[in-house]
Design a protein around this ligand. Structure first.
Ligand code: SF4
Ligand code: SF4
Length: 81
């Protein structure tokens, strides 16, 4: 039987996280319906585990941006098709 691999998910958005401003609250992780955000195992200079982008497939919906209580910790850019 032949198996067909799913094509890699294409990013339609780019998430920029400032790891030194992020407080590791995890609200952006919870907000992302595609589960492409996680909290890092590493810590920043304040001892928080910052959010990181993992995998592929961000659609640029910006739900994570609106969930984030820290100004300038997280920005979302919509990528050109
Ligand atoms: S922009 Fe949307 S899909 Fe991309 S990481 Fe944020 S919540 Fe997830
Ligand atoms: S919501 Fe903002 S402060 Fe909280 S983990 Fe995500 S980027 Fe960091």
């Amino acid at each position: 039987m032949m198996t067909v691999e799913a094509p890699p998910k294409v990013d339609k958005g780019r998430v920029a996280i400032n790891r030194e401003i992020c407080k590791g609250c995890g609200l952006c992780v919870e907000a992302c319906a595609l589960h492409v955000l996680a909290l890092s195992h590493e810590i920043n200079r304040f001892g928080y585990h910052p959010a990181v982008y993992q995998g592929h497939g961000c659609n640029g919906c910006a739900l994570c941006f609106y969930a984030c209580p820290e100004p300038a910790a997280l920005e979302v850019y919509k990528l050109e098709a």
